[in-house]
Write a protein that binds this ligand. Structure first.
Ligand code: ATP
Length: 298
């Protein structure tokens, strides 16, 4: 069994009577990518900030690598990399100067900083020459912020909407980059609004609604318990049949595997021609929209 690296127990954050996060229980294992999704204002940022110790919980505990963040947060600070949703950068520095500035804060030796900074700028394709951060595009600035999050080689990354506002190509580059970090054993907790990316990259997904955790599971389990599956068979026969027909093709669309299997047997027994067989599964986006539309899920 894999080791739990982050454990949230009964975690709540209240502002007066309003609960931004309510009694959250969630455990993240070493080496996995967990995606937190939910509407605007659902409590994602508040949760991530409580994990890194930037917001004090009203109730409950955050345990990171075995340490209670409220009591021993400093002990794990060097193992954490936090990327805020909005990341003001020092616009008058070059990316390399900026990384070196943060490396100094973490107490990295100069030669290590130089090596890591070159490696990060290279792998993130951040070829900015001598340009200052203020002169860079939004995508490049986000890459600088990500590089800053990684300069001290943290074990755990907490990323708040890592690719918000980026074009599709840059977004995918970053998503793929995160996948590579997982291969290196990093643990990543991220929030995102692009559910296609979440589905593509995350081992487990947490869905938050009005501060409450309503689903936390693997994509496979979420699809199995909440998704819809439909089989579509297209075939041809010279016989007049009681199936939907368009031009020369007959169609069957059914969510029932038995019905699909029975038709496949008939196609084989009667020598009809199978044109196509497709299995369509709900994407995370469909499932998410169903959950959000279902008031009973609150
Ligand atoms: P988004 O997707 O828009 O970034 P989010 O899921 O990250 O949203 P949070 O930023 O965590 O949501 O906010 C959760 C709720 O808590 C929101 O209703 C927000 O207005 C409220 N909130 C956050 N900070 C405070 C604060 N300092 N005082 C009062 N309410 C707050």
């Amino acid at each position: 069994m894999r080791e739990s690296i982050v454990k949230l127990t009964g975690l709540s954050k209240r502002y007066g009577d309003f609960a931004a996060v309510a009694e959250l229980n969630l455990s993240v294992n070493q080496g996995e990518i967990v995606g937190i999704i939910g509407h605007n204002g659902a409590g994602k940022t508040t949760t991530l900030k409580m994990i890194v110790g930037l917001i004090t919980p009203s109730e409950g505990t955050v345990d990171v690598m075995g340490y209670d963040m409220q009591k021993h947060g400093l002990k794990v600070k060097k193992s954490l990399g936090y990327l805020p949703e909005e990341n003001p950068l020092y616009e008058n520095m070059t990316p390399a100067e900026y990384l070196s500035f943060f490396a100094d804060i973490y107490g990295l030796p100069r030669d290590v900083t130089k090596e890591r900074s070159t490696e990060l700028l290279d792998s993130l394709k951040l070829d900015a020459g001598n340009k200052l951060i203020g002169e860079l595009s939004k995508g490049m600035k986000r890459k600088v912020a990500i590089a800053r999050t990684l300069i001290h080689e943290p074990e755990l990354l907490i990323l708040d909407e890592p690719n918000s506002g980026l074009d599709p190509l840059t977004s995918f580059f970053i998503i793929d980059y995160l996948k590579k970090l997982r291969q290196k054993g990093k643990t990543i907790i991220l929030s995102a609004h692009n559910l296609f990316h979440v589905e593509y990259i995350c081992d487990r997904v947490a869905i938050i609604k009005q501060g409450k955790l309503i689903v936390f599971d693997t994509m496979e389990a979420i699809r199995k318990s909440m998704g819809k599956r439909e089989f579509e068979i297209i075939f041809r026969s010279d016989e007049p049949l009681d199936y939907e027909r368009k031009d020369d093709n007959y169609f069957l669309k059914t969510p029932h595997i038995e019905e699909m299997a029975e038709l496949l047997r008939k196609i084989s027994d009667r020598n009809w021609a199978l044109v196509d067989l497709a299995i369509k599964q709900s994407a995370l986006e469909d499932i998410y929209l169903d959950i959000m539309a279902d008031e009973k899920a609150t």
